[in-house]
Design a protein around this ligand. Structure first.
Ligand code: APR
Length: 251
């Protein structure tokens, strides 16, 4: 039996399915992934050097401008068929949980509910100093389409600079999100890992946690990221292509 056939029959039989997603699932919505070379005004920067508190302290306008540019890119983007498939698969006796490393809101806009964001969200800025969450005015979300450096707005309570509500390298994941993610993963029958390089821990431990708890792990990626474990399947292909085939067969 081919891997896709094995995956389809496992998903048909599963009652609790977790989709664990990375930047690759949003790539077909036009959102750049984190390890591909940046373009335009950002091309001289390495994303991993922008995703740190140190970079923000050194050049707040650069880091704030980059995230605001990403936020506007997401606002102009649409969920793709992979996001849609995941939101449609739920219902009936099958429960679906989405755990994402992504900071975009494309899963929610495709209809998925209670999405667990392990690395925060572009929609939830906070004060760098006092940590209070902050809402941005429409004016404060404005940025040119090509991107620009923008001085972050100030916190209304303590006048500290606002920062993106995302988890930077060296920072802890939101404890509530991590705990609920692990409990869902340990209780699932199948975990489908879609579009992640599996580099950044502890998020990258999720598939191994699922395997240790006896679940089947199905990887969907344009490159082979399989670890060759017993209860693991590698489906090489784009998220849209592979998940569309699966949905069509399961529906
Ligand atoms: N379909 C499926 N997979 C894809 C597609 C696609 N259309 N396009 C790219 N991919 C795969 C790539 O092969 C790669 O394995 O998506 C993965 C993207 O990897 P990364 O850019 O490393 O993104 P991710 O794994 O989500 O990064 C994890 O690192 O930079 C931090 O906090 C950031 O959440 C991010 C974390």
């Amino acid at each position: 039996m081919s891997n896709i056939e094995i995956a389809i029959s496992a998903l048909k039989a599963a009652r609790k399915i977790v989709f664990f997603t990375g930047a690759g699932i949003s790539a077909e919505s036009g959102i750049p992934t984190f390890r591909e070379k940046l373009t335009g005004i950002w091309e001289m920067y390495d994303p991993q050097r922008l995703e740190t508190a140190k970079a923000f302290k050194k050049n707040p306008a650069l880091v704030w401008g980059w995230y605001l540019w990403r936020r506007n890119l997401v606002a102009r983007a649409l969920p793709n068929a992979a996001h849609e498939m995941i939101s449609r698969l739920g219902g009936g006796a099958r429960t679906i949980t989405v755990i994402t490393q992504n900071i975009d809101n494309l899963h929610e806009r495709a209809g998925s509910e209670n999405v667990i964001h392990l690395h925060g969200s572009l929609d939830r800025p906070a004060c760098f100093a006092c940590k209070r969450p902050a809402d941005l005015t429409t004016e404060q979300t404005k940025v040119s389409e090509v991107g620009e450096l923008i001085e972050p707005p100030r916190c209304l309570k303590c006048n500290g600079r606002l920062r993106p509500g995302v988890v930077w390298f060296g920072e802890d994941l939101p404890s509530g999100a991590w705990k609920s993610a692990v409990s869902k993963v340990q209780a699932c029958d199948v975990l489908v890992s879609v579009g992640t390089s599996g580099i950044v821990r502890p998020a990258a431990d999720i598939p191994e946690i699922a395997q240790a708890a006896g679940a089947m792990v199905i990887h969907v990626n344009i490159v082979d990221v399989g670890l060759g474990e017993l209860n693991e399947l590698m489906l090489v292909g784009s998220a849209v292509d592979v998940l569309s085939v699966i949905l069509h067969r399961i529906d």
